[in-house]
Design a binder for this molecule. Structure first.
Ligand code: A2P
Length: 271
């Protein structure tokens, strides 16, 4: 396999650009799914407290070199609550520290994300979260935490795929020095049979999923496709021997749609 690309974060650390996502990976399967991915050569795994599979993920990564991300759940927002929730996640993962800790959603209605962010800053100072970031934050939430704490998140992980390309958010992230990470990068497999994607995949003798993953990589995004299937896990990593050309990128740009969102809207998602 060709060497895998890394992206430099605003704290100077390097993050693998491609990792395994484990949302909806059942707790009982998580250890073997993660071990399969690491054996195949994955360098990063992305989980969250709410996925309820941190323990299995911890078993799968045990003793292995991996860039591990987890996320703070909404119910645990608040300064002290966050510090406690981090301890619980770390214990479940069987580690003292994680590579990247994210606030999962801003939950603007609750208005606790600034205090929550202060707790993440402390966790980074203590070295327990080597890098810190957010997920599903809109530009106004990003600006507010930077204004109030002076600390810019390393990453904002947002819904992003060819049907929902988030150009405005990506522009703001670039201006602020925040890396964009794509969740549901394959659109939850809902448009793998799209004729544009299929034609590009065929042209490169790759699968539609591989073409989409390559689009994220060639767009400078961090990408975490989820699969529980060993063949598809390996397939999703086999993307370092081709690149999309300008025409492919222009074709995929046309698939973007304001109606393309699959998941919740971060402004109203209250949980
Ligand atoms: P499975 O876990 O059975 O492989 P996303 O990462 O956008 O959330 O997409 C995840 C969905 O895409 C899951 O349903 C997953 O199913 C499916 N999937 C992942 N990789 C592939 C692939 N290479 N080909 C087809 N479907 C895939």
């Amino acid at each position: 396999m060709a060497s895998q690309p890394h992206i430099e974060l605003n704290d100077g650390r390097q993050m693998p650009q491609l990792g395994l996502g484990v949302w909806r990976t059942p707790a009982d399967d998580a250890a073997s799914v993660v071990a399969t991915a690491l054996d195949a050569g994955y360098l990063a795994v992305d989980t969250a407290a709410i996925y309820q599979n941190e323990e299995g993920v911890g078993k799968g990564v045990h003793g292995r070199e991996v860039f591990l991300t987890t996320k703070l759940w909404n119910a645990d927002q608040g300064y002290d609550e966050t510090l406690r929730a981090f301890d619980v996640s770390a214990k479940r993962l069987g580690r003292d520290d994680v590579d990247l800790y994210l606030i999962h959603w801003p939950v603007p209605k609750k208005d606790r994300y600034v205090d929550t962010w202060r707790a993440l800053v402390r966790l980074r100072e203590e070295g327990r979260a080597k890098s810190i970031g957010v997920s599903n934050f809109m530009p106004e939430h990003l600006r507010r935490i930077v204004e109030e704490t002076g600390v810019t998140p390393a990453v904002n992980q947002i819904e992003l795929h060819p049907r929902f390309q988030q150009l405005d958010a990506r522009r703001v992230h670039d201006e602020m020095g925040i890396r964009t990470e794509s969740w549901s990068p394959l659109g939850q497999a809902q448009f793998l049979d799209d004729p544009t994607i299929k034609a590009i995949a065929d042209k490169h003798a790759k699968s539609p999923a591989q073409a989409i993953i390559r689009w994220h990589l060639d767009s400078g995004l961090i990408v975490i496709p989820k699969s529980v299937n060993p063949d598809r896990i390996r397939q999703n990593l086999d993307v370092f021997d081709f690149e999309l050309d300008a025409e492919d990128m222009a074709q995929i740009a046309k698939l973007d749609s304001p109606e393309g969102r699959i998941g919740p809207n971060p402004m109203t998602a209250g949980f």
